[in-house]
Design a protein around this ligand. Structure first.
Ligand code: TLP
Length: 344
């Protein structure tokens, strides 16, 4: 089965399973797990931050970061298609007590001037702004990248008003690869960043928050409160270390596969696909046909052993990842041409 639904569907590699079996472990709540400590150090080094913190998931990384940066009753500025706004069960409101102010986006970026205007002046009627959050790569925009320049601009504005910036960098290494920069450059001015081991990097579980030491001390407390203290978590961290060592250097292959599928799709009738959004491992498109709906396309792909899911009535997102080979990618292209080709 070729699973195009998400890179979260990847299974651990043999090397990951072996590293997990052999991992040296200890009680991470007491910071005694050498493998977790190593992963946190490697992650912090890669992102140019003082230290790191292993958390259970991207969602936990985001909520722990925001709890640590803000106070209840403050405002969080987000791009309107942000994952945190759409897909994290409203956790920022429910757990962090943040009021969300969304701004329109273009390829996942907010207009810096609009961000500045949204940081309301401090007066009796207004909620103070607690944080601005960015998402890189931007999931709902189709895996688009936020550049170093854009990120720095937003950070400069926020910091000028005393507001911290969090980056949901679930796939930050994909952005770095696509932009040809170091991941640390993309987060240099941000106060916190989370990235996921369990998405394009292919590890089974886990995300890492990185930031300065004082922030991570607070984050460690919130992780504990949320039940994220995982004891012998070196089992998980071991796979994460393999992911950073072995999977990071091959992310560009996923981008090539996505581009290939996107170019085939874009030429098919009724497909609306902005090729400018195809920057990393995702292909986001709309299908506008009388003879086949997005749901029916996915149903027909199942007949080719391809697993896909519509995101709305007309929208579909394909995610290319380590468990889809280049020859699988060709199979996907053939299937798409057969189902959507002219005359069908
Ligand atoms: N994204 C998943 C889910 O929406 C199912 C996906 O398939 O793309 N930030 C971003 C940008 C994400 O894409 C995701 C997950 C998360 C945070 C949350 O990570 P997890 O699933 O580990 O909590």
């Amino acid at each position: 089965m070729i699973d195009l639904r998400s890179d979260t569907k990847t299974k651990p590699t043999e090397a990951m399973r072996q590293a997990m079996a052999e991992a040296e472990v200890g009680d991470d709540v007491d910071r005694e797990d050498p493998t977790v400590n190593k992963l946190e150090a490697v992650a912090a080094e890669l992102l140019g931050k003082e230290t790191g913190l292993l958390v259970t998931s991207g969602t936990q990384g985001n909520i722990v970061s925001l709890l640590s940066l803000t106070e209840s009753g403050q405002k969080l500025i987000l791009e309107q298609d942000a994952h945190m706004f759409h897909y994290e069960r409203g956790g920022v409101a429910r757990l962090a007590g943040l009021m969300v102010h969304t701004l329109p986006g273009r390829y996942g970026t907010m207009d810096p001037e609009e961000v500045e205007t949204a940081i309301w002046p401090d007066e009796i009627h207004r909620a103070p702004t607690g944080a601005v959050a960015l998402e890189n790569t931007h999931n709902r925009a189709g895996g688009t990248c936020l550049s170093v320049g854009h990120t720095n601009d937003i950070c400069e504005i926020a910091h000028r008003h005393g507001v911290p910036v969090h980056i949901d960098g679930a796939r930050i290494f994909d952005a770095a690869v696509a932009l040809g920069v170091e991941a640390r450059e993309l987060v240099a001015d941000a106060d916190s960043v989370t990235f996921c081991l369990s998405k394009s990097l292919g590890a089974p579980v886990g995300s890492v928050i990185c930031g300065e030491a004082a922030f991570i001390t607070r984050a460690r407390e919130y992780r504990k409160i949320l039940g994220g203290g995982m004891r012998q978590a070196g089992i998980i961290a071991a796979a994460g270390l393999v992911a950073l060592e072995q999977e990071l250097p091959r992310l560009h292959e996923d981008h090539q596969k996505a581009r290939r599928v996107a170019e085939v799709l874009a030429a098919l009738p009724g497909v609306r696909l902005d090729l400018a959004t195809v920057q990393t491992n995702m292909v986001l498109f709309e299908l506008h046909r009388d003879d086949v709906t997005a749901m029916q396309l996915c149903e027909r792909l199942a007949g080719y052993d391809i697993n896909a899911k519509p995101r709305s009535e007309v929208e579909i997102r394909f995610v290319l990842h380590r468990d889809i080979s280049f020859s699988d990618t060709e199979r996907v292209c053939v299937a798409l041409e057969e189902v959507l080709g002219r005359g069908n």
